[in-house]
Design a protein around this ligand. Structure first.
Ligand code: DX5
Ligand code: ZN
Length: 219
């Protein structure tokens, strides 16, 4: 594997009355990445968390790595807010109409890692222009907006193509998958080349089995 395996539990799947506890659970499971889903009610039909919550969690658990997934029509307007709040990586979607390249510049100038995300219905061509400069490509395996959906296997071919391209282009971006990941399908994602696994529902329900299935899939 080019990169170490990281499991990034999504606190969207945690207990919303005690999200600090959810981060503590992630830490106690020996994990470092926290997947933080931000939704605007426009790009996706749901609302979730803002920079205030991120800031509070970063203050309480400063050693965790905050993997911020912006599901926003206007992500460029919120980069500074999430960077200041403590994001370690900020991933922006390829679909909405906004200046993607300059938004990546902004994330870079804020000293954060860069991610580009694309939906199940979006072709891989939408992210290819950004591959040389991003730290992570996030492959959605559900239509974003809600936790607890079923994994769409269209993600598997995309993971495989991204791994092949990474090799051909001599790059080292991470390949992350998000949506419907379970102890049953995580090994298949890893064997196709995914090194960063988001899991909401499954981590908080069946975390040990998920982690052990993921670890045993590493070549
Ligand atoms: C979906 C979010 C996901 C979600 C994953 O819009 O981007 O991160 O929390 O949840 P599960 O693992 O339950 O599909
Ligand atoms: Zn997400």
């Amino acid at each position: 594997m080019v990169n170490s395996l990281e499991i990034a539990p999504s606190i969207l799947g945690g207990d919303h009355s005690a999200l600090g506890e959810s981060v503590a659970q992630i830490k106690n499971a020996g994990l470092k990445w926290v997947h933080f889903d931000v939704m605007d009610g426009h790009f996706v039909p749901n609302l979730s968390f803002g920079p205030g919550l991120l800031k509070a969690l970063k203050k309480k658990f400063p050693d965790m790595f905050y993997d911020v997934h912006l599901m926003l029509d206007n992500p460029h307007l919120y980069i500074d807010a999430f960077a200041d709040a403590g994001a370690d990586l900020i991933a922006i979607h390829a679909e909405p109409d906004y200046p993607i390249a300059s938004t990546l510049d902004n994330i870079h100038s804020a000293g954060k890692k860069l991610g580009i995300v694309f939906n199940p219905k979006t072709e891989i061509g939408a992210v290819i222009p950004y591959l040389p400069r991003v730290d992570l490509v996030l492959v959605m395996s559900v239509q974003p907006g809600f936790g607890g959906q079923k994994f769409n296997p269209v993600a598997l071919e995309k993971i495989e193509r991204l791994a092949k391209l990474r090799d051909e282009l001599k790059l080292s971006y991470r390949i992350e998958v998000d949506g419907g990941i379970t102890a049953e399908n995580v090994a298949e994602c890893i064997s196709r080349g995914c090194d960063t696994v988001v899991a909401g529902t499954e981590f908080f329900k069946n975390g040990e089995a998920l982690i052990s299935a993921a670890n045993s899939a590493i070549k």
